[in-house]
Write a protein that binds this ligand. Structure first.
Ligand SMILES: [Zn+2]
Length: 212
């Protein structure tokens, strides 16, 4: 049962002048909640000599993502365009929900960090590379197998494991339409198999209803 007090508090609008926990990405000063004819936003206190601005949620005043310098913002736009190509337009190859799960898996991120609006330039470049790799028709099967194995191993080992190795193998066989007594051998996977495994790993880790 959710606590009513918590709900009310979380819907309260932050007062104008509230200080953003992150410093101005352009000059290092403080950013505060302001209002303009376009709505509320975080603006640098050194305005007009510094024009840095950052989005705020219009009902709560919470900051949208992490503020970034101009160059990072440009990279985030590029990464978003590349990523959106996975689930819309001519190069579309999976539904939107799957694309977001793919992003989490591919970048090895927790649910709440898997937003391009929080990425730094390095992460943006990785997204762009991963997308071009994913949509490339003639990727090397060995490269695909390596990526797939890393994904699979993360299910049962390391800090974000979610199940035993035995259960993970059974789940992968199921995803590939194989019966229990079949072997699960990375050397035998073709590229389509690899894609199936990677998407199934994402589902097992984040659930089929995760929405970003
Ligand atoms: Zn500034």
């Amino acid at each position: 049962m959710p606590n009513m007090h918590t709900i009310e508090t979380s819907m309260t609008m932050k007062p104008l002048g509230s200080i953003l926990e992150h410093e101005c990405p352009d000059c290092g000063s403080v950013m505060v909640l302001k209002t303009s004819k376009y709505g509320i936003f975080y603006g640098c206190v050194r305005y007009p000599s510094c024009e840095a601005a950052h989005g705020a949620h219009r009902e709560t005043g919470e900051p949208l993502g992490v503020p970034a310098a101009k160059k990072t913002k440009e990279w985030r736009i590029r990464a978003h365009n590349a990523f959106d190509g996975l689930w819309k337009g001519d190069s579309r190859c999976m539904p939107r929900r799957k694309a977001y799960r793919w992003l989490q898996t591919a970048m090895n991120l927790d649910h709440e960090d898997a937003h391009i609006g929080r990425f730094d330039i390095d992460q943006c470049q990785i997204v762009i590379d991963m997308v071009s790799y994913w949509t490339k028709k003639n990727g090397s099967p060995d490269d695909w197998r390596n990526v797939t194995k890393d994904n699979f191993d993360s299910l049962w080992s390391g800090s974000v494991k979610v199940m035993s190795r035995k259960k993970a193998i059974t789940a992968m066989k199921h995803a590939l339409g194989r019966v229990k007594k079949d072997s699960f051998d990375f050397e035998r996977l073709d590229i389509l198999d690899c894609k199936k495994v990677i998407l199934r790993v994402a589902e097992l880790r984040y659930g089929t209803d995760s929405e970003l």
